[in-house]
Design a protein around this ligand. Structure first.
Ligand code: DOR
Ligand code: ZN
Ligand code: ZN
Length: 438
């Protein structure tokens, strides 16, 4: 066996999709080779055996929305540390947003991030290409070059910024349809969010924080659904955060418009009452909304109106978060806490099965991005990209213990029942019991 060949792995006692009695799963040459009681017969001497004690086996998670800070802010996250966080979180593919410094707005940068991801080798790192040069919203990038480069860029987004000019968005959608790529929109009408740091509502009013109205998001969602319809293009809505966005997605999908959407774990779990502490860790764009929004988002995810979970993992340095609320950078860590949160809110509550969770964290995001070897069913012959989850292994979040280079988690001190105990990426174990394996 050379160093490049994945080892033979036997996962003992796992329950695919949390269904039925535990079985053994054999992984060989990067593929699932056998599932069942005889899977471990005729093991080679150098096989790795992992007894998973009856844990739930799922397809590896796919995150359409991660911020790694390389190039430019390697003090807060790198491709390597973000890949480690992804592996610990059960992810086998993540999309790295374009708002790096310099931004990923040309093929040199997208190919370089891709190559770094490959050399780290813990997770597929897909660079997202910028829609406009310098994320300025004015001039379209060479999307075709990025799409045909080594990184094969599949998703384009100015995330962090909205492609606010309707004519620029229209052209971007038209080009994307021709290229077969996807535009992901950070839906925020900037004229409505000038100086905004918190959800516009009673909490922000009482705390004296400038409000970000739901209409800033919803007006762009409505507009882009219509632009996508007329361009015959697909559009993806990043981090849906309001009840109204859910209604608009329902409407657009009922019209047959090719629109998809993601929701973050933090918008499913947290609301703006957290802001009472004025702790900058709760500042995020779009802002934490009200409890009826969180409920509508959960329902929409269960029903499929919202297609998937995406983390919007956004590492920031301590000095950028531990300051006056309005001066804090927006964003929170997400990769290592996504599964426990979605499991707590939707599986433990009985609203979703593990199979449903696999749909929203793996299958649908892989389909949306057009990945061939991720989000695949757990069966013989399929690529071995897998996450193993212990549904009852309570753990308490400590920011400093996360693999991420930053520690800005809003879940500090919170205890979750479910935890990722193993990740298999391209036939190799990349994390086991919280330890990242090189
Ligand atoms: O909270 C956010 N943080 N929202 C964004 O759109 C950008 C992101 C970041 O890059 O930190
Ligand atoms: Zn965004
Ligand atoms: Zn983002």
């Amino acid at each position: 066996m050379t160093a490049l060949e994945p080892p033979t792995l036997l996962l003992r006692r796992v329950r695919p999709y949390g269904e039925g009695d535990p079985v053994d799963v054999l992984v060989r040459d990067g593929l699932i080779a056998a599932v069942g009681p005889d899977a471990g017969d005729d093991l080679p001497g150098d096989a790795e055996i992992h007894d998973m004690g009856g844990a739930v086996l799922l397809p590896g998670f796919v995150d359409l929305h991660t911020h790694l800070r390389e190039p430019g802010r390697e003090d807060t996250e790198t491709v390597a540390t973000g890949s480690a966080a992804a592996a610990r979180g059960g992810y086998t593919a993540v999309f790295a947003m374009a708002n790096t410094q310099p931004p990923q707005d040309n093929q040199t940068v997208t190919d370089s991030v891709w190559r770094i991801g490959r050399s780290v080798g813990l997770c597929d790192i897909h660079p997202v290409g910028a829609v406009t040069v310098g994320l300025k919203g004015e001039q379209l990038t060479e999307m075709g070059q990025m799409a045909s480069g080594e990184a094969r860029v599949k998703i384009f987004s100015d995330d962090g910024m909205c492609v606010y000019d309707p004519l620029v968005m229209r052209r971007a959608l038209e080009y994307s349809a021709g290229l077969g790529v996807l535009i992901a929109q950070h839906a925020e009408e900037p004229r409505l969010t000038k100086g905004a740091v918190a959800h516009e509502g009673p909490t922000a009013a009482r705390l004296g924080l400038t409000g970000w109205p739901r209409s800033a998001e919803e007006s762009i969602v409505a507009r882009d659904a219509i632009l996508a319809r007329d361009a015959g293009a697909r559009v993806h809505i990043c981090h849906a955060s309001t009840t109204g966005t859910v209604e608009l997605l329902k409407w657009a999908k009922a019209q047959g418009i090719s629109i998809t959407a993601e929701v973050t774990p933090h918008h499913l779990l947290l609301d703006d009452t957290r802001l009472e502490s004025y702790d900058g860790v709760y500042r995020v764009n779009p802002p934490l909304r009200e409890s009826h929004d969180t409920l509508a988002l959960r329902e929409a995810l269960v029903s499929g109106v919202i297609d998937c979970v995406a983390t919007d993992h956004a590492p920031h340095a301590a000095q950028e978060k531990c300051c006056e609320f309005a001066a804090a950078r927006p964003g929170m860590l997400g990769l290592e806490t996504a599964l426990p949160i979605v499991a707590a809110l939707l599986v433990e509550s009985g609203e979703m099965s593990w199979r449903d969770l696999a749909r929203v964290m793996s299958t649908r995001p892989a389909e949306i991005a057009g990945l061939q070897d991720q989000g695949r069913p757990i069966r013989v012959g399929e690529p071995a990209n897998l996450a193993v989850v212990d549904p009852d292994s309570p753990w308490t979040v400590v920011g400093e213990e996360l693999a991420s280079l930053s520690a800005n988690t809003p879940y500090e001190g919170m205890t979750f029942a479910a935890r990722v105990v193993g990740t298999v990426y391209r036939g190799r174990m990349t994390s086991r019991d919280g330890e990242v394996l090189a």
